[in-house]
Design a protein around this ligand. Structure first.
Ligand SMILES: [Zn+2]
Length: 341
C-alpha cells in the first residue's frame, strides 16, 4: 500500500510502498476513505504529544472495514467506521466511568504511538473503530472525530453552555474553533468570536458568531469582551490556542460564575486571584477531547445537519504537506481534508 511516512520531524513526509497491515488478535483493518488535518497534527509531528518515528501519521479518519482479526465480534467487513484516536485501556476507573480520555494506562494516540491513516489502510484495536451513521459522509465523519467532538464534550460537560449564556471563543476561526461556533450556537449561546484576521472572523460570522474581536486590532481583548456584554463579562470563554497569554484573556473576560476552559495546547502560564474565585465562583478548567459515546453523538447530530464540516482545503493524501503549509502560515480556513482513491 501507499503510505506517507515521517522519518524526521524537521523533514517532509516520504511517499513509500509498505505491506498492507494484517490484523492481529482483537484488531481490524480499515481502508481509509477520508481524513481530516488540523493543528493537533502539527503538535504531534513536532513530538509535543509524545510518539515515536518512523511513523505513518493521521488520526481523524473514516473508511470501510476490510479485514477482521481473531476475537473481534463487534465489527464486520464492509462496515463504515470512524477512528477514535485515543489508545485507552478500557479497564481503569476512568475508562469504566465514561471518561476514557483520562485513562490511567493511556497508550498514546493513533498516528503518534502507532501508525495512523496517511496510508491506504490502517490497522487498529477493534474498539478504536466506531460505526458511522447513515447519511453522514466519510469526510464529515473524519472531521467529527477531533474537530467537532472536542467541542461537543467541551460545551456540554466543561463549559456547560446554556441558551442564556454569552460565550467568548478565542481562536474561533481555526479548524476546531469554527466547529465550536456551531456547537455553542446549537446549545443556544450568543457567540463572540476572537481571532487574528478579518478572514477568520468573517468565517466565524458566517457560521453563527454574533460579535467578533480582531485580536490584532483591539488592545485589550478581555476589556472588549466586557464592553460587548454591557460590562458584565462572558459566561464562558473557550481558548483554542492554549498559550498563557490567550488563556489569561479567557480568565479575565469572565462574568460571575463564568467558566474559562482551555482546549489548545501551547506554552505559558496564567495568574488569578484565589479570593476572586471564592467570591464569584468562577471556574478555571481544561477540556480533553471526547469519549467514544460523545463521538457517536457528534456524528448523529452532524448526520441531522445540525453541525456541518467546514473544510477549507482538500487534497489527495499523498499531498498532505500542502495542508501542513496552510496550517503553518495560517492560510487554511477551517479544516483540511484528504481524499483517497
Ligand atoms: Zn483506562
Amino acid at each position: 500500500m501507499k503510505a506517507m511516512v515521517l522519518h524526521d520531524r524537521e523533514k517532509p513526509f516520504r511517499l513509500e510502498e509498505r505491506p498492507k497491515p494484517r490484523p492481529g488478535l482483537g484488531e481490524a483493518v480499515m481502508r481509509v476513505r477520508a481524513a481530516g488535518v488540523g493543528l493537533t497534527l502539527v503538535n504531534m509531528r513536532l513530538g509535543r504529544m509524545g510518539g515515536s518515528l518512523p511513523r505513518v501519521m493521521g488520526h481523524e479518519l473514516a473508511g470501510e472495514i476490510v479485514e477482521i482479526g481473531e476475537g473481534v465480534s463487534a465489527l464486520s467487513e464492509g462496515d463504515r467506521c470512524v477512528v477514535y484516536f485515543y489508545l485507552t485501556c478500557g479497564r481503569c476507573r476512568w475508562c469504566r466511568g465514561g471518561r476514557e480520555t483520562l485513562c490511567e494506562n493511556f497508550a498514546g494516540f493513533v498516528g503518534g504511538d502507532r501508525d495512523g491513516g496517511f496510508a491506504e489502510f490502517v490497522c487498529l484495536p477493534a474498539e478504536n473503530f466506531l460505526p458511522v451513521p447513515e447519511g453522514l459522509s466519510d469526510e464529515a465523519a473524519a472531521v467529527a472525530a477531533d474537530a467537532v467532538n472536542t467541542n461537543w464534550h467541551c460545551m456540554r460537560e466543561r463549559a456547560q453552555i446554556s441558551p442564556h449564556d454569552t460565550v467568548l471563543l478565542i481562536g474561533a476561526g481555526g479548524g476546531v474553533g469554527i466547529h465550536g461556533v456551531q456547537v455553542a450556537r446549537l446549545f443556544g449561546a450568543r457567540v463572540i468570536a476572537a481571532d487574528i484576521s478579518e478572514q477568520k472572523l468573517d468565517l466565524a460570522r458566517r457560521w453563527g458568531a454574533e460579535e467578533t474581536i480582531n485580536v490584532r486590532a483591539v488592545g485589550d481583548v478581555a476589556e472588549e469582551a466586557k464592553r460587548l456584554t454591557g460590562g458584565r463579562g462572558v459566561d464562558a470563554a473557550v481558548d483554542y490556542v492554549g498559550h498563557g497569554e490567550t488563556f489569561q484573556v479567557a480568565i479575565d473576560s469572565l462574568a460571575t460564575s463564568g467558566r474559562a476552559v482551555v482546549i489548545g495546547v501551547g506554552p505559558g502560564e496564567v495568574s488569578f486571584d484565589p479570593l476572586r474565585l471564592v467570591l464569584t465562583e468562577r471556574v478555571i478548567t481544561g477540556s480533553r477531547h471526547s469519549t467514544r459515546t460523545e463521538l457517536i453523538e457528534t456524528m448523529e447530530i452532524m448526520a441531522r445537519g445540525l453541525v456541518e464540516p467546514v473544510v477549507g482545503m482538500r487534497v489527495p493524501f499523498t499531498e498532505v504537506e500542502t495542508i501542513f503549509d496552510g496550517l503553518r502560515n495560517e492560510t487554511l480556513l477551517g479544516r483540511g481534508a484528504l481524499t483517497y482513491e
